[in-house]
Design a protein around this ligand. Structure first.
Ligand code: ADE
Length: 237
C-alpha cells in the first residue's frame, strides 16, 4: 500500500512513523508513507496557504491552489487510483469497519489541514471523503491522519508480529475485549480471577464472553445495542 499525506507539518509524523509496527511495516515494504508539504506548492513570496473567509468570520481558511497543486504532483507519482481522505472534525466518525475497508485499498491520499478549515472546493474538487477521528477538535488534521495510518497499517497482511496479533480483538466480534491478566497472580492484594487459573478452557471461554458482554453493556451501550440486534437477527434465522 502507498499512503501519501499532504500536510503543512510533515515533521510531526517522524516519531510515530519511526517506531514499532509502523516502522517495521515500512522496513518490510508492506507500506510506503510519503509526506508532502503543502507549503512547497504556495506560489507567492510569503508562501501563503490560507486566507480570510468569504462572508467574514473568525480564523483563516486553507486556500485551494497549493492543495490542488500538491495533490496533482503527488497523484502522478504512482499509477494506482487513490482513495482521497480529508481529516476534519466535520467528517464521518471513523470506525473499525472503515479502517478495514481502507486497508484493502492499494493507495490512500490523506489531506491534513490547519487553521479553521478548508475551502470547500478542496473536498468537492478532489472528490475527498471527510473523516473525523472523534467528536472533539484537534489543532489540525495531522494527529488524526497518524491515528488513521496506524489503524490501517496494522490491518495489512504481515504488518503484525505474532505477539501483536491479539490486539484487535475489540470490535472484531462486535464486542469489547474481555479483561486480560498476566503474572503475578497477586499484585498489591489484587488477585487474578480464579477461573483463569483453573485450566478449564471451556469455562474460561464462557467467562470471557460474559465479561465482554458485561463490559460492552456498561462502557459502550451504543455498541451493545448493535450487538443485541445482530444476535436477535441470528436467532430468528
Ligand atoms: N482535525 C481537527 N480535529 C479533527 C478530528 N476530530 N478528526 C479529524 N481531523 C481533525
Amino acid at each position: 500500500m502507498r499512503i501519501d499525506v499532504l500536510t503543512l507539518f510533515p515533521e510531526m509524523f517522524d516519531s510515530p512513523l519511526s517506531h514499532s509496527i509502523l516502522k517495521r511495516a515500512q522496513e518490510r515494504n508492506i507500506v510506503e508513507v510519503v509526506l508532502s508539504n503543502i507549503r512547497d506548492f504556495a506560489t507567492d513570496s510569503y508562501r501563503k496557504v490560507d486566507d480570510k473567509p468569504y462572508g467574514g468570520g473568525a480564523g483563516m481558511v486553507m486556500t485551494p491552489a497549493p492543495v490542488f497543486d500538491c495533490f496533482e504532483y503527488v497523484q502522478a507519482q504512482a499509477d494506482q487510483v487513490p482513495r482521497v481522505i480529508l481529516l476534519t472534525p466535520q467528517g464521518t466518525p471513523l470506525s473499525q469497519d472503515k479502517v478495514v475497508e481502507l486497508s484493502q485499498q492499494p493507495r490512500l491520499i490523506m489531506i491534513a489541514g490547519r487553521y479553521e478549515g478548508f475551502d470547500e472546493r478542496i473536498r468537492t474538487g478532489l472528490n475527498a471523503e471527510a473523516i473525523s477521528i472523534g467528536d472533539f477538535v484537534l489543532s489540525g488534521g495531522e494527529l488524526a491522519a497518524m491515528v488513521l495510518i496506524d489503524a490501517v497499517v496494522r490491518r495489512l497482511p504481515d504488518a503484525l508480529g505474532d505477539d501483536d496479533s491479539a490486539l484487535d480483538d475489540s470490535f472484531c466480534n462486535g464486542l469489547l475485549e474481555y479483561p486480560q491478566y498476566t503474572r503475578p497472580e497477586v499484585f498489591r492484594d489484587m488477585k487474578v480471577p480464579e477461573i483463569l487459573l483453573s485450566g478449564d478452557h471451556g469455562k474460561i471461554e464462557k467467562w470471557r464472553k460474559e465479561q465482554s458482554i458485561e463490559r460492552t453493556k456498561q462502557w459502550r451501550p451504543d455498541i451493545y445495542e448493535k450487538y443485541q440486534q445482530a444476535e436477535s437477527r441470528k436467532n430468528e434465522k
